[in-house]
Each structure stands twice: as C-alpha cells, then as structure tokens.
Design a protein around this ligand. Sequence first.
Ligand code: NAD
Length: 489
Amino acid sequence: MADLDIPTARQLVDGDWTPAADGGELPVLDPATRETIQSVARARAVDVDHAVAAARRAAPGWATTSPSERGAILSRWAALIGEHVEELAAYEARDVGKPRSGGRLNMYIAQGIVDYFAGAADKLTGVTLPTRTPDYFGYTRPEPYGVCAVIIPWNVPAVLTAANVAPALAAGNTVVLKPSEVAPLSPFALAELGRRAGLPPGVLNVVTGLGPEAGVALTGHADIDHISFVGSTVTGRSVMRAAAQHLVPVKLELGGKSPNVVFADADLDAAIPAIIASITENAGQNCYAGSRLLVEESIRAEVVERVAAGMAAIRTGPWDQDLDMGPLVSQAQYERVRGFLAEAPAAGARLVVGGEPATAAFDDGWYVAPTVFDQVDSDMRLAREEVFGPVLAVQGFRGVDEAVALMNGTDFGLLACIWTTDVSRALRVAGQARAGQVAVNQFHDAGVIGFPFNMQKESGFSRGGGYAALREYTQEKAVAVRLLDRPSA
Ligand code: NAD
C-alpha cells in the first residue's frame, strides 16, 4: 500500500491483509451521519486461531531479537506515526466522532508512547541477589510471556493500541490485538505503519470481530500466555473468568466514575475550564472522565453556574468541523446515555443545563448536549454508574471528611482530582483517595512523563503506563547457581 488506505473487509494476520475465513464483514459507521465508511473482516474463532498461530510462530524469533533492534524498530514506528498524524487523526476522529484536533492530539500521545517504549526496550534488567557464601550466584531475568492477547475498546483506540502493544513488543512478546468492532480503523492504520517500520510477520496481528465471537475466542484460547483487557467492568469480569480456564495472567483496565473535588479555597479560574473539559472531551467517553463534581457547599452555587455556562457554550458538530465536541459513538451508547437523562430528573436530580438528546441541526448523528445535574444523591444511578457521555453529576459537601467519603463513595477507583490551594490538605486527601491515580489542581496527569496508569477497586488492576508497563508484560525468572570447584588438572 502506497498510502494509508485500509483494505476493505480485511484483517492483519501474519503480515498480510487477509479476509475472514468465511468472508464475513462488519460495517464501520460515522457517528455523525450513521453512514457506513468502511467494512472490516468479521473474525471468528478460526481467524483467531490463525492469528494466534502466527504470533506463536513469530514468538521465539522476536524474543531473541536483540532488545536494541526491537527498540530501533519501535523507534521507526514512532517516526512513521509522526509522519502520518493527519491521516491517522482523520481515521480516528471520523470513526469515533471526536473533533479532528482531538484525534490529532491522540496521535501525538500514541507516538510519544511508542517512542517511550522504543527507548525502554534495551533498559529492562533483572537483579543480582545476595548469597549466603561466595559459592553461590543468584540473579533474576525478566522474560517475555510469549503471545499476548490485547483487547481494547473504541473510545481512544490509537492511544490504547500504543499503550499496550508497544510495551508488550518492547519486552519481546508477540501480540494478537482485537480492537473494538465499533472503531477499528486507527489501530489498523497504526499496525500497518508498524509493519512498514519492520515488525516481522506475525509479531503484531490485528483481528476485528465482535466481542462474543472474536473476543471470547481470544480470551479462551489455549495458546495465549497473557491477556490485557481494556473495557467495561462488566466485560472485564467475563474476561477474568475466561482467563481462569487456562490460568493465564490478566491485566484489567476498566470503567471509572472520577470525581473533581473542589474545596472553597480552590483556584476556580483554573478549575472551571478543566472540569468542563474533563466531561466534554471525547463527549465524556473517557474512562477517566470527570463525571462527578463534588464541591464545597459555600461555593457550590457559583461553581455550578460557571460550569453550566461553560457547558452551554460547547460547540458540537462532526469531526471535520473540528468544534469542541462530537456525537456519541453508536446507537447503543446513545440509548444508554438517554436512559440516564430520562431517569435522573425522575429520581430527584435538578437539571441545570442540557438534557437534550440532539439538536435539530444534527438529527442524523448521535448527539447529546453537554448536561449538568445538580442535587444528585449518592444513591442515584447517576452518582454511581459510568454514563460514558457528557453528563455531569454535582454533589455538595461540608468539610474534608464528607469530601473524602463522597470521593471514595463508588465502586470505581480510577482517578481522583483535588482542587485546593492548601498543599497540606491536598496531600492528605490524595493519601486517602481510593484511586489508582490522583491529580492535584489539574485534571489528569499533564506534565508528568511515564505516569503509571494505575487502577483500584472495580476499575481494575494494572500497572500500565511508563516503565511499570514493561514489567507488566514480562515474567520474572529467578536463577540460583552453585559454583562447583573445578577439578585441578
Ligand atoms: P466493552 O467492554 O463493551 O468492550 C471492550 C472490548 O471488549 C471490545 O473490543 C469488545 O469487542 C470486547 N468484548 C466484548 N465482550 C467480550 C467478551 N465477552 N470477551 C472478550 N472480549 C469482549 O467496552 P466498550 O463499550 O468498548 O468501551 C467502554 C468501556 O471501556 C468503558 O467502561 C470505559 O471506562 C472503558 N475504558 C477503560 C479504560 C482504562 O484504561 N481503564 C480506557 C478506555 C476505556
């Protein structure tokens, strides 16, 4: 392929774009128009078998390729991503429905991640161990698992491909990637660039298919050595059950219900735009979306008013208009979010802004207006469950103890954001957060390189992100040696 065209009704197996064994296809839709923009192969168990077999054949050669050479290939891959940012961004933006600039930002992030693991590939080391006497020598060595299954959702497919595939490959594993059937285009385009960068056939295979078909076949496959799953908590439970069948190690990155906790002394000029961005970026379809606003009662009215004004000003449109927010990704997601919009007022929440399913101008797409509900009670579904749309639930608190109780009051434990100018309080509350990640006076991890993407509670368990991800994709072998006396000649 001269350019980055993705062949129709194909998947990438053993270095070739091949159709599904039964010729099955799946349509990929533009969520702004509901039109089919591409079709991809509909992989079933037999296709997954082929992909796993290809990855298995490639595994010994890739594991014994020098780490520096693996790093060099990943480095070329990162450079190619940089050269193709616009095409990649267009694929992802159209596929997911996000504004073009959001897609572009995702590609720079993906490029940075691949580059990071390119540099890390030859820096993975074990340790030497202390011995009781000089007659012994002990050491550990990190080893690849072998064939890794990686399953990702549709919301940030390029970043999630990079974040999982790059460390797995850097550590010497081969990969079978199953992107979501809803948004497979940017993972395909990235994999094609990986092939051009010099990844040998079989090292990175991409199968597209439905969760109950290709996903189930992959997680239940007897010849997989590690499963990395990113997706909903409900599916995560099934994946863990499937992994138990063959006792395969599993890494789970699941849903979230992340709070912005705003104390009365917070810098509101910094906080308000970040709170709005945290729930409207990608139309609220991010695992770490700031879907709960917990605000000290004394400033609640002001904060709600300013956030609502900002939400009302969000411009919505299709990806190529490059406005602030696009539609939701699919009919299913649209119906789900509309369910919350209908239920919340009936349960007693006060609608402040939004709540509309779509505007007249965008009747063809799955648009939902940015929405704020105040006076949300902790018992409501809106306070506890992941909506995955631009819908913000506001709750008030009095004092630190109540703030901490609300912050930790869901089953999820992904990210907590704390807004205060009192550094001692920020650090105390950060210590009490039952979340894998905490951000203070910002939303998410801007400014920190290699920030570990950690999860707690029902958000999963993983040490993705940064150097820790390399460890996640290796198993440690311990070696004990007795030094025998050499018989004298
Ligand atoms: P999902 O769980 O429905 O699907 C995720 C992937 O799993 C898809 O590729 C799907 O085809 C596949 N799948 C579905 N059923 C399967 C099964 N039984 N066995 C194996 N695979 C199966 O999630 P989604 O709707 O695509 O994505 C949204 C979810 O992803 C949200 O809950 C969001 O929070 C989560 N997410 C988490 C992170 C994170 O890092 N924690 C990042 C992004 C998204």
